[in-house]
Design a protein around this ligand. Structure first.
Ligand code: GLN
Length: 486
């Protein structure tokens, strides 16, 4: 087995035994990135100078006996997290040349642990999309089948991890952007409870929904990364002041006495047959492992996509008002006066999907329509949250497919926004309720594309979903199968 094929846990063990070094591991990855990135377009930037400094630093830190298990591990970061001195674009023309003067809190935490930030990954522009096709820098491809999408918006991170160009990655999930690409690329994607991971330095899309999280080859690695990036941050007003549990130590408790709820509303007509089969088999496996399966109902699920697009677009229209060509980012040169400068900058700097959301959100918030749209959506959000609370009175975890379909062909949904929006029908409800969810590989379609299932937990109960995901992963070991990409 090649070094780059290993998990974070395995590399960390080799470092401890002195069998390899961060320098060797990083060199191997950089060669792989050189070979594969032109085909996959998963990375937007790989800054060799910064990498060399980080490697040296990690090698020094590793000599200390208290070095973090993440020390010297190369991790990719979605290009939505501010990285000091390294270009951060959010895959938009408007931030094409933006170099942040500070690090996001999660980046600071990774650096303190000695992580090597190997590069910044591609995404849908401002995280708006489910396919990584709205990136200003061109689409990312899925390593399992390069004419299909990797999912989105964290598609670059998913493609990089699935093709062994990084041992793990950070993503963000506003309506599914960690879990859906993880499912489509056959990796583990964890969206923590809202407030668990600091949003400081994470470029805002919809602030009441945005949450950073992890994308890794195994569940253990997700638990390890979560331990490092989670925690209270006074710089984020919605950060939760909760202790961070030692998630990796809590992974072995099995599934006896765990009640898993299966919502009837998540097995819908029109769902892909292979996905349905894989998830149904996974439910049987969970039963075999000792879990109790209970039927549950989440009756307001049908409103979730509509509610999300009103709330997320409204928040986006306000958050994206800051890109006006004055303070930072792109500025149109073809304007005679200030108003034209604003208009031209935004008209030229944003892509079509971003403009669509800004218009949708501005309309939903406008005088006279506010209570009909935004106010109503807030009320429906409450009902969706109550659905989950009711369900959790009879179960500990909810199990559902992550995405209704496996990876779809590039270009097949780009001209039909509604079709694209429906890709997130199973992932959006828990963002509205602020709950944690993890997508784990649960098999393959007949044509060899990965399928993912989602385990949804109670607020701040990442521990229970990670444990269940780990028990399932240990039984099935889907992660051992790798895409054939050269
Ligand atoms: N696909 C959804 C959207 O386009 C979710 C994106 C996300 O989670 N960032 O808004």
């Amino acid at each position: 087995m090649k070094l780059y094929e290993l998990s974070i846990k395995e590399i960390a063990e080799l470092y401890r035994k002195g069998e390899t070094t961060p320098g060797q591991v990083v060199d191997g990855l950089l060669r792989r990135i050189e070979q594969l990135n032109p085909k996959l377009n998963a990375f937007l930037s790989v800054d060799r100078e910064h990498i060399a400094d980080q490697v040296q630093n990690a090698e020094r830190m590793l000599k200390r006996h208290d070095a973090s298990p993440l020390c010297g591990i190369p991790i990719a970061v979605k290009d939505i997290f501010a990285t000091n001195g390294i270009r951060t674009t959010c895959a938009s023309k408007i931030l094409e040349n933006f170099i942040p003067p500070y690090d996001a809190t999660v980046i600071k935490k990774l650096k303190a642990a000695g992580v090597v930030i190997i590069g910044k990954t591609n995404m849908d522009e401002f995280a708006m999309g489910s396919s990584t096709e709205t990136s200003y820098f061109g689409p990312t491809r899925n390593p399992w089948s390069p004419d299909t999408v990797p999912g989105g918006s964290s598609g670059g991170s998913a493609s990089a991890v699935a093709s062994d160009m990084a041992f793990g990655a950070l993503g963000t999930d506003t309506g599914g952007s960690i879990r859906q690409p993880a499912a489509l690329c056959g990796i583990v994607g964890l969206k923590p409870t809202y407030g668990r991971v600091s949003r400081y330095g994470m470029i805002a899309f919809a602030s009441s929904l945005d949450q950073g999280g992890t994308m890794t080859k195994t569940v253990y690695d997700s638990a390890l990364l979560l331990e490092t990036i989670a925690g209270f941050d006074p710089k984020d007003s919605t950060s939760a002041d909760r202790p961070v549990e030692p998630f990796t130590n809590l992974l072995s408790s099995g599934l006896n006495n765990v009640a898993i709820g299966v919502p009837e509303e998540y097995f819908i007509e029109g769902m892909d047959g292979d996905v349905q089969r894989a998830v149904t088999q996974a439910i049987d496996t969970m039963k075999k492992l000792g879990a109790k399966i209970v039927k549950i109902s989440l009756p307001h699920t049908k409103y979730a996509v509509a509610v999300y697009y009103i709330l997320a677009s409204s928040e986006a229209s306000s958050n994206l008002a800051r890109y006006d060509g004055v303070r930072y980012g792109y500025r149109s040169e073809q304007a005679q006066n200030l108003i034209d400068m604003y208009k031209n900058t935004r008209a030229q700097g944003f892509g079509r999907e971003v403009k669509r959301r800004i218009m949708l959100g501005t309309f939903a918030l406008s005088a006279g329509y506010y209570s009909a749209f935004y106010g109503k959506a807030q009320k429906a959000r409450r009902l969706i949250t109550d659905d989950f609370n009711n369900a959790f009175s009879t179960c500990d975890i909810i199990l559902a497919p992550t995405s209704p379909t496996p990876a779809f062909k590039l270009g097949s949904k780009l001209d039909d926004p509604l079709k694209m929006y429906l890709s997130d029908i199973f992932t959006i409800p828990l963002n509205l309720a602020g709950l944690p969810g993890v997508s784990v590989p649960c098999g393959f379609t007949d044509s060899g594309l990965p399928v993912g299932m989602q385990l949804i937990g109670k607020q701040f109960d990442e521990r229970t979903i990670l444990n269940a995901a780990h028990a399932y992963e240990r039984e099935m070991q889907w992660f051992k199968k790798k895409p054939e990409i050269h």
